[in-house]
Every structure is written in C-alpha cells, then in structure tokens.
Design a binder for this molecule. Structure first.
Ligand code: SAH
Length: 223
C-alpha cells in the first residue's frame, strides 16, 4: 500500500473527512486527541473495495461473516470514555473485527492487545496493522469471553461485541483504578456500560452511558 492510498487521495477528499469530524463534534465528542486520530486514520482501508466509498459516513458497515465495522461516533465515544481517566499503558480490546478501533487505540495508548474469534477477520486486520506500520499491537485468535490473561492486568478494556452479562474474567484482569467500556444486553439493543475498579479493591463503580447496538459476543472460535 503506498502513501497516496493510505491518505485516501482520489477516493475521499479532505472535505468528506472534515464533515465526519464536524458531525462527531456536533454529537458531543470533545476529546481533541480522539478527533485528531480519527481525522488522520484512513477508514476506507478497513473495508472491502465495494464499500470503501462509504467509509467516511457516520454509519456501521459490513465486514463479512455477519460482522460490522462500528459507526465512527461509537468508536469515538468509547475511546473518549476509555481515555477519560488519563493516559493508558496497557489496553485490551475484545473483537478486533476489521482492526479499525484497534488502530485508533494504538495511536492513543502505549500498548494494545486485541482478540478476535473469526480467523479470516483477524488475518486481514493483522495485515492492515503491518501495512500501517503499527508496532504496539498484539493480536490473537481467541475467545474474548475469557479476556486475555497473558498481558493482564489492563488499565483499560474495551469490548466491541455485546455479552448478556459482563464476563467474570474481565473483572479479574483489570488493574486497580482500571476502566472497562462494554455494551451489555440482548441482540436487539444494549446499554453501553462503564465500570471503574475502585483503587485496588474488588469494588467497581458503574455508569450506563447510552443505548447502543453491537453484534453479540459469541463463544468459541471460527476458522
Ligand atoms: N472493533 C471492530 C468491531 C467489529 S464487530 C472494528 O472496529 O471493526 C465485533 C467483533 O467481535 C466481530 O469481529 C466478532 O467476530 C468479534 N467477537 C464476537 N465475539 C467474540 C469473542 N467471544 N471473542 C473475540 N471476538 C469476538
């Protein structure tokens, strides 16, 4: 992939991207680092060519295997919340999908671990990380219902697929003061929940942010 392709010149004008950023601001996204990273990250390379012309619309788009690339507003909102407690060193993402959310995170935190249960999606996402030259991402084929013990504890965990209840393991893998951003609910709609671990106790503060619609968190692997 050459730099012109990465910049999206010829595919999307700078104006199209600015329009998306303005829309995010209008919807209440106020973190300048988050807005800057979204502005600079080419979203079209996370989509199949047939859909790439829609990459800068504020909408979720299909990535195959019945999965979706999240809406930019949701990516921005979840990232902004995750970063609200200050700089993060070690973040876990559950549900790599296209790798777009991972790519946004990797530019804002020190280290990102990400797990995906569908092998072909993971393979494509890893290829994108390589082409973009992102070196602070570790990605693995695994069932994120169990978190990812290897790199725990995390000071931030973000889940981009919705479980019915918060998996126990995620609580265990949180560092003291850590933050978990997770959609919880059934297939129709979910609550976006934010849980903060109170210092080094087993207690969590919980806040419900808004209604969201994510694909379900499923068990097992798919090759
Ligand atoms: N963050 C992604 C969103 C993809 S949709 C992006 O920016 O493109 C959510 C993803 O979660 C899907 O790819 C789905 O396969 C994955 N997923 C669902 N259940 C999972 C589980 N138990 N472990 C890991 N990944 C899971």
């Amino acid at each position: 992939m050459n730099s012109i392709e990465l910049a999206g010149i010829g595919m999307t004008s700078q104006r199209t991207r600015e329009r998306l950023i303005q829309r995010l601001i209008d919807q209440g996204i106020s973190s300048q680092p988050v807005l800057d990273v979204i502005r600079m990250t080419p979203r079209h390379i996370f989509l199949d060519e047939a859909l790439s012309h829609r990459a800068y619309e504020d909408t979720a788009l299909p990535i195959g295997f019945s999965q979706t690339l999240s809406q930019p507003y949701i990516v921005a909102r979840m990232t902004e919340i995750l970063l609200s407690g200050g700089r993060l060193k070690n973040v876990l993402e559950i549900g790599t999908g296209s790798g777009y959310q991972t790519t946004i995170l990797s530019q804002l935190v020190e280290q990102v671990s990400t797990v995906e249960r569908i092998e072909p999606l993971l393979r494509k996402a890893k290829e994108r990380f390589r082409k973009l030259g992102l070196k602070n991402i570790t990605a693995e084929l695994s069932d994120g219902s169990f978190g990812w013990d290897k790199h725990a504890p995390y000071d931030g965990i973000i889940t981009t697929a919705a479980p019915q209840t918060v998996p126990e393991e995620l609580f265990r893998q949180m560092a003291p003061g850590g933050i978990l951003v997770i959609p919880v609910g059934n297939g129709v709609s979910q609550d976006l929940r934010v849980l903060r671990r109170v210092s080094d106790s087993a207690e969590f503060d919980e806040e419900i942010v808004e209604k969201v619609k994510f694909v379900p968190l499923l068990g097992g692997l798919s090759r």
